[in-house]
Design a protein around this ligand. Structure first.
Ligand SMILES: *Cc1c(COP(=O)(O)O)cnc(C)c1O
Length: 353
């Protein structure tokens, strides 16, 4: 820290991303990326765009928003593209919260929400999940604050049905309810159709988890056109060219590659079921994950120690310190082969299945 850092930022605690080691090759089950390569059409679209890098990209992202509108059955002015959903979530907090407009979120959820509150000086209203990590929707009624809910939640993997989100939106008519659907494609139901019934509902999705594009940085925010206009105001005040040419082209191609999208997410769901059963057989306790990761703990070894032992054996998973999560591991669902190796390493560490 230099002596020039703004005093308002000295207590800021930045987000710690999952490790992206560059030294040796690990079986990487720690950041919920897809184990599969991008669709062929995505790679071709990116290659075709590289010859035009001297030109700025379309700041309105017109073609991509039209493709999104067709895909989701909404209007182009009901969707905005962000540089990953992280950027859209940040823009939403900048637009709908400030010093006197707090953000309500769960105690065990995506860590960036708290980090952005620190950066933007937004007070947090932290609402504890139940003992078993379920989210009780009634705790979100009549909050009088902007709300963000990851649905399915991370790292717990649990999902609420859209009817429950609808009730939360209805019970907070004067505040925006943000639904972060980073994992919705792995077996939960999307709230996008609800944006036409609730003008305070903002749904955020990403290409990072289910569309093999974590490295391209792309996500959508979807809501009524007034909410989207508010986000556009923030975006155009910070970085009007937030989506680069290659990513714009890749996004359109990914939306059109529906066959590959469905095959890969289906495969992930099948592998998830296999891995969950294998872990249960080994005495692990698991949540009912609707995502591309499993959230698991065992009495046989403490979470942090198991994380380290797996790391030493070349398998990276995610461990979150913190009172409610320190005993648990978040394990990305990789290929079946990767999950077989995980089980073999676990058996070595725990001394048998
Ligand atoms: C991965 C993730 C994000 C961020 O996604 P990007 O589009 O890669 O920025 C946001 N929210 C949750 C809950 C996530 O797991």
């Amino acid at each position: 820290m230099s002596r020039y850092l703004s005093p308002t930022l000295t207590s800021l605690k930045p987000y710690t991303p999952g490790e992206q080691p560059q030294d040796r090759s690990y079986i990487k089950l720690n950041t919920n990326e897809s184990p599969y390569p991008p669709a062929t059409a995505v790679v071709e679209a990116i290659q075709a765009e590289t010859g035009r890098l001297q030109l700025y990209p379309d700041p309105a992202c017109t073609a991509l928003r039209q493709a999104a509108a067709r895909y989701y059955g909404i209007d182009p002015d009901e969707v905005m593209a962000g540089n990953g959903s992280d950027e859209n979530l940040f823009f939403a907090l900048r637009a709908f919260c400030d010093k006197t407009h707090p953000l309500a979120h769960a105690d065990v959820t995506y860590g960036c929400y708290a980090v952005w509150c620190g950066l933007l000086h937004i007070p947090e209203d932290v609402i504890p999940l139940e003992e078993d990590f379920r989210l009780d929707p009634a705790k979100y009624y009549g909050r009088g604050e902007t709300i963000v809910i990851a649905n399915p939640n991370a790292p717990t993997g649990l999902a609420l049905p859209p009817e429950e989100i609808a009730k939360i939106a209805a019970a907070n008519p004067d505040n925006v309810v943000i639904v972060d659907e980073a994992y919705v494609d792995f077996g939960a139901e999307s709230c996008v159709p609800l944006i036409h019934s609730y003008d305070n509902l903002l749904v955020v999705q990403t290409f990072s988890k289910s569309r093999q594009m974590a490295g391209a940085r792309l996500g959508f925010a979807m809501g009524c056109k007034e909410l989207i206009a508010d986000l556009e105001r923030v975006r155009s005040s910070l970085n009007p060219y937030n989506i680069n040419r290659m990513t714009l082209a890749a996004g359109i191609a990914a939306l059109e590659s529906t066959g590959y999208f469905n095959e890969t997410r289906q495969q992930i769901c099948e592998t998830r079921a296999w891995a969950a059963e294998q872990l249960a057989r080994r005495g692990f306790e698991l949540t009912d994950s609707r995502t591309n990761f499993l959230f698991a703990r065992t009495d046989r070894m403490e979470g942090g120690a198991l994380y380290q032992a797996l790391r030493d054996k070349g398998v990276l998973v995610r461990h979150f310190s913190g009172p409610r999560t320190s005993d648990w591991l978040r394990i990305t669902v990789g290929t079946l082969e990767q999950m077989e190796i995980l089980m073999a390493r676990l058996d070595e560490i725990l001394g048998g299945p």
